[in-house]
Design a protein around this ligand. Structure first.
Ligand code: SF4
Length: 298
């Protein structure tokens, strides 16, 4: 029985591939899978994303942005497992300590443990070291929304640390739910430049790429993968999480996905298609440059 799930009466449905007891029902594809076949299925889809979008190139040094939460922990485990040892690719991990009391200590411990277990070089960098102040102190001083402050300083910390480590791409644990939420938030804000950005990752500043190998895997499947692989831990939620627009959008798209399975995937695929059309038009000179698109909105 999976942790956190009550036992169901009677025998569970059988895995469509081997007949063993199923632990997962894919409501979009309409199939049941046992634990082993579920793990293989997720790994196959992540491999497909890596190859299809050429996210990782031979000889690269990749750093996982390892918060210690379920998404980044599963991402590090998955990349360690599926990247070919012959490709000359090296993995590292970077954890940013924002300075959020009651939250970050637990996830830092998980991040340290995970990197040590997988034998991956691990750096921890704090807002205190880089900005001279914790996020808690910045929030107490007033001003911007906690998540806006956090995002700006975290991206800077990752960029500077990754560059110092000779990393060529930073892999983040964004999953399908995160990406669908971002698409809807960009629509709500009227942010056309955000709406036309690739969900899979883009070249960042200084040639450092940001990639999202889990962007096609729903959040529940990332969590289930972590449970079956034995790396899932219950962790506290960031105390600032409930204050963001994202949490309202999350509730809305989760409900739509529940009522109409496949909604998350359709939102992200639709955004990819619009992004590709905008890119083609931009190349033909039909759109303003990327940085000015926002200003075209009324
Ligand atoms: Fe930072 Fe907001 Fe995430 Fe908390 S919820 S870690 S403040 S971005």
């Amino acid at each position: 029985m999976m942790p956190g799930f009550p036992p169901l009466p009677g025998r569970p449905p059988a895995c469509e591939l081997c007949g063993e007891d199923a632990v997962f029902l894919d409501r979009v594809r309409g199939c049941h899978l046992c634990g082993d076949h579920f793990l293989q299925d997720v790994e196959g889809r992540v491999r497909h994303t890596l190859r299809g979008y050429r996210l990782i190139r031979p000889g690269e040094r990749i750093a996982v942005a390892l918060s210690g939460g379920k998404d980044s922990t599963v991402l590090l485990h998955l990349l360690r497992k599926i990247l070919p040892p012959s490709g000359g690719i090296t993995l590292a991990a970077i954890t940013v300590d924002e300075g959020i009391s009651g939250y970050r200590d637990a996830t830092l411990a998980v991040a340290r443990d995970m990197a040590a277990r997988l034998g991956v070089e691990h750096r921890i960098v704090s807002f205190g070291d880089l900005a001279g102040s914790t996020l808690d102190a910045m929030v107490a001083a007033g001003g911007e929304h906690p998540c806006s402050l956090c995002g700006v300083h975290r991206r800077k910390a990752l960029r500077e640390t990754a560059t110092g480590m000779g990393v060529t791409a930073v892999a983040t644990g964004h999953n399908l739910n995160d990406e669908a939420q971002t698409v809807v938030m960009n629509c709500l804000r009227g942010d056309l430049s955000g709406f036309t950005r690739s969900p899979v990752g883009e070249p960042g500043e200084g040639g450092l790429r940001r990639i999202k190998p889990l962007f096609r895997i729903p959040e529940k499947e990332v969590a289930l993968y972590g449970m079956i692989a034995g790396i899932f831990r219950e962790l506290p939620e960031c105390p600032y999480a409930g204050t963001a627009l994202r949490s309202e959008v999350r509730r809305m798209v989760d409900r739509l996905e529940y009522l109409r399975p496949g909604t998350l995937g359709r939102i992200v695929r639709g955004q990819e298609e619009v992004g590709a059309l905008c890119e083609a038009a931009r190349e033909q000179g039909g759109l303003l440059s990327r940085g000015r698109e926002k200003s075209r909105l009324p």
